[in-house]
Design a binder for this molecule. Sequence first.
Ligand SMILES: *Cc1c(COP(=O)(O)O)cnc(C)c1O
Length: 392
Amino acid sequence: MTHAAMSTGPESAATKAERPVVHSGELIPFNDLRIQWREIAGSAQREFNDVFATSAFCLGAQVEAFEREIASYLGAAHAIGVNSGTSALHLAIIAANIGPGDEVLVPAHTFIATLWGALYAGATPVLCDVDETTGTIDVDDAARRLSPRTRAILPVHLYGQLANMRAVIAFAERHRLAVIEDAAQSIGARWDGRAAGTMGLLGCYSFYPGKNLGAAGEAGLVTTNDATIAARLRALRSHGQSEPYIHAQVGFNYRMDGLQAAILRHKLMRLDAWTARRRALAERYRRGLAGLPLQIPAVHHRDHVWHLFVVRTPQRDALREHLQRAGIETGLHYPVPLQRQPCLAHLVRDRDSFPRAEQWAREGLSLPLFYGMSDGQVDRVIRTMREFSFSA
Ligand SMILES: *Cc1c(COP(=O)(O)O)cnc(C)c1O
């Protein structure tokens, strides 16, 4: 297995070069997806055979079954399977009728794919600063960046926790903005019983292997409660066809694979149990790290799904090196905020006006947390962290 498949995001190439030379004990990886595979390998075989027996490789019965099951799991009226989270975000922007001349409010602290859809569609992403304690979009900051061209707000449910949707929805209603949720990191997180990705006009999900619900390759999903939008999304993902070989609109080849759907169905059955284990590991970290001079993740709602466990300290780089020397892999999500990305320079007037996004990028450190991680491994990370000399 490549290291990329084991990590949660595309930052893994950098981690690899910094692998520790010497360390005591077993390596604690940042993620280990083999454990999930071992649990589903036997039972998923039947659905795999079905895909080959019917040759339903692109869309087909497995995708339709997955769409029904995940729509019901999330409580969304419609779920449309696509080939990545990035494609989901692109189609969501188009389905919200956002294009050239339109502005979309997005957090500056996120994976860059959050704003690709708006850029692909010719719209203008407007970066906003984020909340100090959760790293999710700061609606007060977004309000200052509002213009007559603002058409949508795109909150990211970061690290497994919902953005402040009460504030986002009130703000969007006041200014007649569409809400498009990036729920790539937070499948199954709930707020007053409603699932991440089902509170706005459109919800976007990624099944990149390292996500909480991960495929064996690329896959994604869009949800909506609007039947007309759902029909349009189904056409858009398959060459803009409303009926065979009639292309009423410019479309894409963004279809979900049958094999990915077959795997995802088996993982979806186990998702709540796997999330429960993630919660137990996170709780163990929170207790074990209490009292250390670093910011442990703030929990603003009960149903956090702990995609990542990100602590913050001004000594991030030294702490990371200390852990690496002890054979503990960590991650950075994300070390360069969007206002400093070379390809986005034209969008940014004042790079210094995102102080909290800068702080998250400079100080955030993602500790190992994955389904199948043992209590003993968490305890070793905690012990190693306690041995680090934090400066006062
Ligand atoms: C993973 C991720 C995406 C992109 O999903 P892909 O399936 O990799 O295209 C978008 N936004 C966020 C916040 C993500 O974590």
